[in-house]
Design a protein around this ligand. Sequence first.
Ligand SMILES: [Zn+2]
Length: 136
Amino acid sequence: MYREIPSCMLRLSSIISRCNVGEEVSSSLVDALIFALNSASTEVEISHVHISATTNGTNGQYSNHYKRRAMDISGINNQSIYSNQSSEEIKVFQESFDNYSDIRENFGPYFHHKLGENHNVGGHNDHIHVSTNNCQ
Ligand SMILES: [Zn+2]
């Protein structure tokens, strides 16, 4: 079952802006986003996130983006990830994604984790890439 990323996120009433309105992604990925927003909100205020990619963009041939189970977040609270790499919001948001039960990849400025372990991958200082194990 695929789900569209909701444009407003429950009690956070965060507004999600997207370059790719209407793209459907795995339910697990949507749940990961909701989980991370709710979890992070106990420590920091996240009122807005910008999702720059789900299934769109140019990625590696075997990218999880094409499996509908990955997304890139390039901004939080109307600030680019790149301009604010050491912010508390990014740290808490990445840690919150890591606490989601089905998290697979979690690459961003704060750490690069795959299945909860440090992963040797470059880049990701201008966005947070997250994926889940479940494609559905
Ligand atoms: Zn990505």
